[in-house]
Design a protein around this ligand. Structure first.
Ligand code: BDR
Ligand code: CA
Length: 322
C-alpha cells in the first residue's frame, strides 16, 4: 500500500486526480492538504470537503497555504479555466464535512514524522505547503518516501510553458517555493508539461466515464464541460491535457514514463519567472548556482495510451466494487 498525502489546489483536473487516487488499489490516502491556486484557499478547501463527502473519501482535509511564499506570476485566480468556484461552476450543495484544526504544512510534518520512510506526497498545485513544511521540519527529506510533483516544463516533446513561453502554472504561482523544494533533497519526481500535455482526454473518453463510471463518471463529466470549452478556445479541440492525473499515474505505474535524473532550479524573477531548468549532473558548470544540486527525476516521455487506460479502468472499478 502506498501511503499518500494529496496536496492540491483543487480545481477540475485536481478533482479528477483525487478520484483516481481514491479508487486506485494499493493507495491509502492519509490526508488531503489544500492550497490556493486554481481558486482561493476558501474555495479549494470547500471543494476538497465537497468531493470527499460526496464520494466517501475518509482522508482528513487540512487547509494549507493561502498565498505564495514569494513573488508570483499571478494576481488573480484562473476562473476562465476552472470556473469561479474552481469546479467548473457546477452547483455545490451545502456540506457538513469540516476541515481539521491543524494547518496543511504542520499536517505534512506530523504525518511524515509518524510514518518515517512511508509517506509519498502527490503535489498537484503550488509547492507552498511542502516549502512551508520544510521550514517547519528541515529533516523532512529524510522522512518522506517520495514527492511526486505535477509542475514545470523542461522542453521535452516541445513543451515549455502554459502561462508564459517558459513557465507552467503550478511553478509560476510560487517559484521560490518550487526552487526551495527542488533543492531540498526530498526524493522528487517531476511530472511536467513535457508528459502531461502529451496525453489528452476527448469527448469520447468523458462520455464513456459518464456512462460507465457511476456517480464519479457523471461528476467528472459535469465539471469537465468548462475545462473542455477553455481548451477548445486555445487548441480547436474539445479535449484537455491530463495534468494532475498524470502525477497519479506515475505513482501507480511509473513504468509508463521515461525519466532522467537532473538538478532542477526555478527562475524566481523577471520575464522568465517560473521557468524550470534542468542541469546535467555529469557536467561541471562554471557557476555555483548549479553545482552539487540534489538530483530530481524528471519525466521526459510517456505511454499516453497506457495512462488513459489506467485512468479508465480505475474509475470503472468504482462501479464494479459498489
Ligand atoms: C496545472 O495548473 C492547474 O491549472 C492544474 O490544476 C494543473 O495542476 C497545469 O499547469
Ligand atoms: Ca492542480
Amino acid at each position: 500500500m502506498r501511503k499518500v498525502i494529496f496536496d492540491t489546489d483543487i480545481g477540475i483536473d485536481d478533482a479528477m486526480a483525487l478520484l483516481f487516487l481514491h479508487y486506485a488499489r494499493n493507495v491509502e490516502l492519509r490526508a488531503i492538504v489544500t492550497g490556493f491556486g486554481n481558486a482561493s484557499i476558501d474555495d479549494t478547501t470547500r471543494n476538497a470537503l465537497y468531493v470527499s463527502e460526496r464520494f466517501n473519501i475518509a482522508a482528513p482535509v487540512y487547509r494549507g497555504a493561502a498565498e505564495s511564499t514569494g513573488t508570483s506570476l499571478f494576481d488573480s485566480y484562473p476562473d476562465f479555466v476552472h470556473g469561479k468556484n474552481g469546479l467548473g461552476d457546477v452547483d455545490i450543495p451545502h456540506i457538513s464535512a469540516t476541515q481539521e484544526s491543524a494547518g496543511g504544512a504542520q499536517a505534512i510534518v506530523d504525518i511524515a514524522t509518524a510514518n518515517p520512510g512511508d509517506i509519498t506526497i502527490v503535489a498537484v498545485g503550488r509547492l507552498s505547503n511542502v516549502a512551508n513544511a520544510l521550514k517547519l521540519c528541515p529533516e523532512l527529506p529524510q522522512l518522506l518516501r517520495e514527492l511526486v510533483v505535477m509542475g514545470g516544463a523542461f522542453g521535452f516533446n516541445g513543451h515549455r510553458g502554459n502561462v508564459s513561453p517558459v513557465a507552467e502554472a503550478n511553478i509560476a504561482g510560487d517559484p521560490e517555493a518550487a526552487d526551495f523544494v527542488f533543492r531540498s533533497g526530498i526524493p522528487t519526481t517531476i511530472v511536467g508539461l513535457d508528459v502531461t500535455a502529451q496525453t489528452t482526454m476527448d469527448d469520447d473518453f468523458f462520455e464513456l466515464l459518464k456512462n460507465k463510471a457511476g456517480d464519479a463518471g457523471q461528476f467528472i463529466f459535469d465539471i469537465s464541460r468548462h475545462y473542455l470549452d477553455f481548451h477548445e478556445q486555445h487548441t480547436g479541440r474539445h479535449a484537455c491535457a491530463v495534468h494532475d492525473s498524470s502525477a497519479v499515474a506515475y505513482l501507480l505505474a511509473p513504468e509508463l514514463f521515461t525519466t532522467r535524473d537532473a538538478g532542477v532550479r526555478v527562475v524566481s524573477t523577471g520575464p522568465a519567472i517560473g521557468q524550470t531548468i534542468w542541469s546535467d549532473p555529469e557536467v561541471s558548470y562554471q557557476t555555483g548556482a548549479w553545482s552539487e544540486l540534489p538530483r530530481c527525476r524528471i519525466c521526459t516521455d510517456v505511454d499516453s495510451a497506457g495512462v488513459l487506460d489506467l485512468y479508465r479502468k480505475t474509475l470503472l472499478s468504482a462501479v464494479d466494487n459498489s
